[in-house]
Each structure stands twice: as structure tokens, then as C-alpha cells.
Design a protein. Structure first.
Length: 112
């Protein structure tokens, strides 16, 4: 399995956070959203489950499987399990994205 990049159609509005989360949850994924400031990075890592990142605003560089991908608003990348990858904020604005992974890979948040 290889990394899959899906570009958002420019004819569609960029969806809201809740829309992206519902779409990923409909695929059986557990979701979380993240934000990072310019210059932010997540060093190279890998995990035993596939991961999806879907950008709401800003830009991310994702380095995976020997390739570099630039994601902008609405773009989605699916990284297979056990694929080393690194993520860097691109540009001078913060980035917000939704991450999805199989429910079995992430603990369920408990209600207080």
C-alpha cells in the first residue's frame, strides 16, 4: 500500500471541522484535530496503524515513503501503517488539521 494524496476540488468550499470529522468517522476512523504554529514540526515517526491527515487551514509538508507532499486547505493524505513520516508546518501561518486512525488504534476519551 502506498501514500495517497487527495486534492480538494477548487469548486467546493473547504469543509468545516465537524464535516471532516463526520466523514472520517463514517469510514470507521477515530478523529482528533490539531493546530500548530509556523515552524512547528513532528519528527520522523511511524506507527502500526494507518493515519489520515486532512488540512482545514494553513499548509503542511508531509514527508513519507521517500516523497514530499504539500497539503493546503481541503487536502487529505492517507499514510499506510508502518510508514516512516515527518510533518512540518509550511509557510508563515498556523495550520489546523484533522487526524484519523482506526478506532482500535486510539483510546476512547472518557467522559468526566
Amino acid at each position: 500500500m502506498s501514500v495517497v494524496l487527495r486534492r480538494w476540488s477548487e469548486t467546493e468550499d473547504v469543509p468545516q471541522l465537524g464535516v471532516l470529522r463526520r466523514r472520517l468517522e463514517a469510514e470507521g476512523l477515530r478523529t482528533a484535530w490539531f493546530s500548530e504554529t509556523p515552524g512547528g514540526t513532528q519528527g520522523e515517526h511511524q506507527h502500526p496503524f494507518p493515519e489520515t491527515r486532512w488540512v482545514l487551514s494553513g499548509h503542511l509538508h508531509v514527508h513519507a515513503a521517500g516523497e514530499a507532499f504539500l497539503l493546503g486547505p481541503g487536502d487529505r493524505i492517507d499514510v499506510p501503517a508502518d510508514t516512516p513520516h515527518r510533518v512540518d508546518v509550511a509557510g508563515l501561518t498556523p495550520v489546523v488539521w484533522v487526524s484519523g486512525a482506526p478506532a482500535s488504534a486510539l483510546p476512547q476519551a472518557s467522559a468526566a
